[in-house]
Write a protein that binds this ligand. Structure first.
Ligand SMILES: NC(=O)c1ccc[n+]([C@@H]2O[C@H](COP(=O)([O-])OP(=O)(O)OC[C@H]3O[C@@H](n4cnc5c(N)ncnc54)[C@H](OP(=O)(O)O)[C@@H]3O)[C@@H](O)[C@H]2O)c1
Length: 326
């Protein structure tokens, strides 16, 4: 912690997500952007300057081992998450690793084993469960505002224009399912629990051998199901419907709500009721605030990777195996 008791964060990788989302949220949450590490000295120094980060370090290992860093944000391509998260956990540094925790199930299992062995705190950067919107939706469900939840229909699409993007690389473990399909999968896990019964998916392939337009189903007991659609080839769409026995909740963006987003309760015979997503803060802010409080011992850690990441990784592996079988 710095002299004011603030968590000093190190950012692993000069990533777009760190620039666009993590750093503005970190400042809202009262953390310190203490250092960034990148592979190239000049690029890393420029990134630190542009983004008001105190220090630039060449090479990820130097940042991980730096005694003046309290927590690490790993924002590397998916294929590199396991190696650098394991090194950070072994160094005893709490980690927020970008989603998905790993692109491959075996790597997820290895990372979680190290988190268990070391007892070092690890979170996978699904930030939506920390946000007020998701807590309010959960309350509507608990109050049976739509009866019993039977089906989740959830989209996550956006238009990827850059052919060199990491998401189109098989080697870096890109693809639509791992990049954005993981969100509906995690949402279903949040609302239906970890145990699905069957997984089916189909995909259009592109890039250098990744899925770029993917849709599928996760079946849960009692006929409950997630039906999802995700991809890298059409305009931004996160529209999600929760279908219950007595009504619907329609959410414009369950994952990263902005100021224009809302959710709506629709029940037969009553006027629809629309609620603001209450996105006064950045999408990552509530999660970072919690992580800092947990590191400081002021809150019991919630949503740890050791509790949440394995069912997501299993579902992603089963869905990918399904679309690869064709
Ligand atoms: N939670 C969310 O809302 C969210 C949103 C977007 C992305 N993400 C996740 O964040 C991670 C990074 O995504 P991004 O879009 O920010 O990626 P990006 O801008 O391409 O950044 C990735 C960084 O990784 C480093 N890197 C190391 N080896 C690399 C390689 N072989 N090729 C390319 N870069 C390499 C690079 O930094 P240096 O060269 O400086 O080391 C690069 O700047 C992914 O896991 C993604 O799924 C999460």
């Amino acid at each position: 912690m710095d002299g004011s008791g603030r968590v000093r964060w190190g950012i692993v990788g000069t990533a777009n997500i760190a620039r666009g989302q993590f750093l503005p949220a970190l400042r809202q949450a009262g953390g310190v952007a203490a250092a960034v590490a990148g592979r190239d000295a000049a690029r890393t120094a420029q990134y630190a300057w542009d983004n008001d980060i105190e220090r630039a370090i060449t090479g990820y290992a130097g940042l991980i081992d730096d005694p003046a860093i309290d927590a690490l944000y790993i924002a590397l391509p998916n294929a590199l998450h396991a190696e650098w998260t394991i090194r950070a956990l072994e160094a005893g540094k709490p980690v927020l690793c970008e989603k998905p925790l790993c692109g491959r199930l075996a790597d997820t299992e290895s990372v979680l084993a190290v988190a268990e062995e070391t007892g070092t705190l690890l979170w996978e950067a699904f930030v939506f469960p920390f946000q007020p919107q998701m807590q309010e939706v959960r309350k509507l469900l608990a109050d049976e505002a739509i009866g019993e939840l039977m089906e989740i229909k959830s989209n996550f699409h956006f238009l990827l224009r850059n052919p060199a993007n990491i998401r189109l690389s098989r080697e870096l473990e890109g693809g639509a399912l791992l990049d954005v399909g993981c969100y509906p999968v995690r949402l279903a896990q949040e609302l239906f629990g970890p145990d699905y019964q069957a997984a089916w998916a189909h995909a259009v392939m592109g890039g250098d051998g990744v899925d770029i337009d993917t849709w599928g189903v996760l079946d849960y007991a009692g006929g409950r199901r997630l039906m999802f659609s995700c991809g890298l080839g059409r305009s931004y769409d996160t529209f999600t419907t929760l279908e219950g026995t007595a009504g619907q909740i329609r959410i414009t963006n369950p994952f990263h709500p902005g100021a224009a987003d809302s959710y709506q309760l629709a029940t037969p015979g009553a006027n629809d009721v629309t609620f603001s997503a209450q996105a006064g803060e950045r999408s990552f802010t509530a999660a970072i605030r919690h992580i800092q409080a947990a590191i400081d011992g002021k809150e019991a850690p919630r949503q740890l990777a050791v509790e949440t990441s394995l069912p997501t990784a299993r579902a992603l592996a089963d869905l990918a195996a399904s679309f690869r079988r064709g």
